[in-house]
Design a protein around this ligand. Sequence first.
Ligand SMILES: *[C@@H]1O[C@H](CO)[C@@H](O)[C@H](O)[C@H]1NC(C)=O
Ligand SMILES: *[C@@H]1O[C@H](CO)[C@@H](O)[C@H](O)[C@H]1NC(C)=O
Ligand SMILES: *[C@@H]1O[C@H](CO)[C@@H](O)[C@H](O)[C@H]1NC(C)=O
Length: 230
Amino acid sequence: MKLLPLFSLPLYTLAQVQQPAHFNPSNIGPLSVSFSGTGCPQGSVAASISPSRDVVTLSFDRFAVYYGPGYSTAAKQRNCGVKFSFNVTGETGWQFVPVETTFHGYAALDKGVTAQMYAAFLDSYTEGVSSTKVVLEGGKDLSAAGDVFTKSVNVVPWPPTIPTSRCVSGNMSYNMGTDVTMNLRVAVMSRNSTTTGSFFGEDESGERNIFTVQVRLLWKECKNLGGFWG
Ligand SMILES: *[C@@H]1O[C@H](CO)[C@@H](O)[C@H](O)[C@H]1NC(C)=O
Ligand SMILES: *[C@@H]1O[C@H](CO)[C@@H](O)[C@H](O)[C@H]1NC(C)=O
Ligand SMILES: *[C@@H]1O[C@H](CO)[C@@H](O)[C@H](O)[C@H]1NC(C)=O
């Protein structure tokens, strides 16, 4: 499986999110991410954050999902838990909310086969949950021969809470990550067991076998450090 250079993909199609006027990206420290799951074995994920600190890009090198004769049940679904963490410098406290996701990849689906991409965001403090879902249908959105797809969807909150990172500023006396977890799952399914579907299969060039997920963050100033939405 080849890994494409991160910024060669034309992925910045997400709608612009208006950050607060006094938001200063240089106050947001390096991105730290950790991964675990069947779709993201060690060393198979590249992660980066845009200079404007509002788009996290995750490139999965081995997030392959297959449906069809000869494939195991385990192959039909893969998942990955991704935990985001940042440091914040300066006296102003900041926290973020994931607001939009873009899924980009390559899949070949027979007619009647669907590929479902699902991401749930959670924060452990408020126990807030939000999610995004994209369903691609073989014979409609994608062909049996394979196509590249790019789909952007808003993150939908599940009331009453919205997953929000913990409020952090640089002059806190201890390190507290702004952690929010994204649970990503891809499943390929069909009612017809003789059909096949390959999510993130290889195209002729062998160059497109990568699954990329971008998450757009909305930053918000906060005051009750260590707490939630101020
Ligand atoms: C945040 O800063 C602390 C203390 O300097 C450091 O130990 C930690 O690794 C940093 N975290 C990130 C996500 O950069
Ligand atoms: C940061 O530290 C300054 C001075 O040390 C203090 O006045 C300010 O209240 C602190 N900010 C926060 C958000 O705690
Ligand atoms: C199942 O899929 C195969 C291959 O695409 C097709 O020939 C067959 O007609 C399908 N069966 C049903 C019941 O749709």
